[in-house]
Write a protein that binds this ligand. Structure first.
Ligand code: HSE
Length: 414
């Protein structure tokens, strides 16, 4: 029998206990050992819970108990998770986590510590909830050089955008609904401002290219400025708006990485990834495009990925050597403004003929977009691809001509 501890009894932690209790026999068959929850760490009380007598408020009970071989960290956040995880590894316990903030901020360090201790530090549930992505990328796609990853990595924002696209639902109503359904982070900013998606693309970038990318290095924009007018123009253009995390490797071994709402064509494999679902497109040199799709948030999907990692730990007590990345050299992440991309622009003007003429003069071959509900003072167009810094400079000239830019979006090509 293998004894484990769960740190945090929130949505994911209680899901992990539920999965372990409801599938005890099958899990024991797959792990080739019975798995028993010895402790659950949480400061709150859970009277009447079937595991009530296993609760503790003291981390020391866990870290000092030599019988606990695996610790599941599902508290979220960095404090005290980082300290607890480090101390568990130092005490000879493997760690499984769903905590993307922890992996994105401390992954290189904790992986190195786990390797040194010959233990596992596994985090399948940190990206894509229940979707298998970390293990397939590091094992099944190991023969490929990954060229690019583009993903819808946040269920809450995808749910909100889907409601805006399909039902013209108000942003805040859709967010409340996502929170009621248990998809959203404790602070909605983490979802709607793109931080959650940013942490996840950092983990995938670090894994794919072997060098740690930190969230602070990634230009991140959320969806709070996306309006129903933009949604409608995307439809006229032939696509949809999605919050995308994207990373690509450049010839000189630097990376371009960004998180932002993008207009993507209806033909893209990511365009039909709706509601709380996540979709992650991985482009490999041998395999071409592979898309991973499924529920990216929620109690049981995420818990199932955590429990799979626990089973992996039980079956391989020594460090899983395939999962590793190093610190990057300075300058590894290229300035996002150096990337070449096409843009959508929506603007307000007193004279639309003049404004469109200006846009053509500045951006060359533009495609004008027209929607029925637009007032006479609104124009919208899509540019050809150009360097972002060049786009921003030309946009400033447009503004200096008295044209008010209401919104811009990058066009995603995948
Ligand atoms: N808030 C996250 C989401 C939960 O909506 O995707 C899963 O990481």
């Amino acid at each position: 029998m293998v004894e484990i501890a769960i740190m945090g009894y929130g949505v994911v932690g209680s899901g992990v206990a539920e999965v372990l209790l409801n599938h005890t026999e099958n899990i024991a068959k797959r792990a080739k050992e019975e798995i028993r929850i010895k402790y659950i760490l949480d400061l709150r009380e859970f009277p009447g819970d079937p595991l009530e007598e296993r609760f503790t408020k003291s981390f020391d009970d866990i870290v000092n108990d030599p019988d606990v071989k695996i610790v599941v960290e599902v508290m979220g956040g960095l404090n005290p998770s980082y300290d607890y995880v480090r101390r568990c590894l130092l005490a000879g316990k493997s760690v499984v986590t769903s905590n993307k903030e922890l992996v994105a901020a401390k992954g290189a360090e904790l992986l190195a510590l786990a390797q040194k201790q010959n233990l596992n530090f596994l985090f399948e549930a940190s990206v894509g909830g229940g979707i298998p992505i970390i293990r397939p990328m590091s094992q099944c796609l190991a023969a490929n050089d990954v060229i690019e990853i583009a993903g819808i990595l946040n269920g809450t924002t995808n749910f909100i955008l889907t409601k805006m696209i399909r039902d013209q639902m108000d942003f805040s109503d859709a967010l409340s609904l996502a929170q009621q359904l248990g998809y959203a982070e404790r602070s909605p900013e983490a979802d709607v401002e793109g931080h959650d998606a940013c942490r996840k693309i950092c983990i995938l970038a670090s894994l794919a290219f072997g060098k740690h990318v930190y969230p602070e290095q990634v230009h991140t924009e959320g969806i709070t400025k996306v309006s129903l007018a933009d949604v409608e123009y995307a439809n006229v253009w032939g696509g949809v708006i999605k919050l995308i995390g994207r990373v690509k490797i450049l010839e000189n071994e630097q990376v371009h990485i960004i998180v932002c709402p993008m207009m993507i064509s209806r033909d893209s494999q990511l365009a039909t990834v709706d509601d709380v679902f996540n979709g992650i497109l991985v482009r490999g040199d041998s395999i071409g495009d592979v898309v991973f799709y499924g529920k990216g948030a929620g109690k049981l999907p995420t818990a199932s990925a955590v429990v799979a990692d626990v089973i992996d730990c039980v079956r391989h007590f020594k460090a899983r050597k395939y999962l590793f990345w190093d610190e990057a050299v300075p300058g590894y992440v290229r300035d996002y403004r150096e990337d070449t991309v096409a843009f959508y622009v929506r603007a307000k003007t007193k004279d639309s003929t003049f404004a469109l003429g200006q846009a053509e003069g500045l951006f060359g071959d533009i495609r004008q977009l027209v929607r029925k509900e637009a007032g006479k003072d609104e124009i919208a167009f899509v540019t050809e691809p150009l360097k972002e810094e060049e786009f921003l400079a030309r946009l400033e000239i447009m503004k200096s001509e008295g044209i008010e830019v209401l919104s811009t979006l990058r066009i995603g090509e995948f």
